[in-house]
Design a protein around this ligand. Structure first.
Ligand SMILES: CC(C)(COP(=O)(O)OP(=O)(O)OC[C@H]1O[C@@H](n2cnc3c(N)ncnc32)[C@H](O)[C@@H]1OP(=O)(O)O)[C@@H](O)C(=O)NCCC(=O)NCCS
Length: 196
């Protein structure tokens, strides 16, 4: 497995490994009900954020089931603006049987601090992660799974050229009501044939 060479750079953002000093800004937006409204989790407590940051700092990306979590930082100001994660999913090919190129499948997800939304940051960061996943890490399919009411997240998927493959109707009982899950995906051949 090629190593992820942190950080990734985009025009306006640095996508880097999480660090201990991210705890304050991470907790500040992860504890907000508005951040969690379409997420499976409730607003996170300080202790939960500490545990997540601790895991993110050292998490390996070595086998199916692992996550690579990138802290997003504005290049000009250095301000923490959110996170993006790449999950190595089960269902791809193993790469230890031969030297032929492995074929991995995975998932991508994003959250931004409220002040950082509406600037194109999620799309910009996700574009860099798609590039990494498809062109360096041997991924052949990436999907995003989101609450079907999450229009902002669906719009990110659409801007990335992801295809709306399904809406799984009322498949999750979330925060007191049944909700539907939308599945968007992009294949490596879609991505390499697109102008992204
Ligand atoms: C989902 C989420 C990350 C989307 O954030 P977002 O800021 O809307 O998405 P982007 O960063 O791609 O920004 C796109 C917006 O910035 C605008 N924009 C402004 N300047 C821009 C620029 N220079 N380049 C591109 N877009 C720009 C776009 O027009 C678009 O606005 P619109 O939606 O009003 O049309 C955000 O709503 C969020 O963090 N939600 C809470 C957590 C969550 O639900 N996560 C998803 C779980 S599946």
């Amino acid at each position: 497995m090629p190593e992820i060479e942190y950080p990734l750079l985009t025009e306006r953002l640095i996508l880097r490994r999480f660090a201990a000093e991210d705890l304050g800004p991470y907790y500040a937006y992860q504890s907000l009900p508005e951040t969690a409204v379409y997420l499976l989790n409730e607003p996170r407590t300080f202790a939960q954020c500490m545990a997540r940051i601790a895991r993110y700092i050292e998490a390996p990306f070595a086998q199916a089931g692992d996550w690579a979590s990138f802290a997003l930082q504005e290049r000009t100001s250095g301000i923490f603006v959110g996170e993006i994660a790449l999950k190595w999913g089960h269902g791809g090919k193993s790469d230890d049987a031969s030297r032929e190129e492995p074929a991995r499948v995975g998932e991508i997800g994003w959250t931004l601090t409220p002040a950082s939304r509406g600037k194109g940051y999620a799309t910009e960061a996700a574009t860099a992660v798609l590039e990494l996943a498809f062109n360096t890490l041997g991924f052949v399919r990436l999907e995003a799974r989101l609450d079907a009411r999450n229009r902002a997240s669906a719009a990110v998927c659409q801007r990335l050229g992801m295809v709306h493959e399904a809406t799984l109707r009322n498949n999750t009982f979330l925060k007191g009501e049944w909700t539907s899950e939308a599945v968007y995906a992009v294949l490596r051949e879609d991505y390499q044939g697109s102008a992204l």
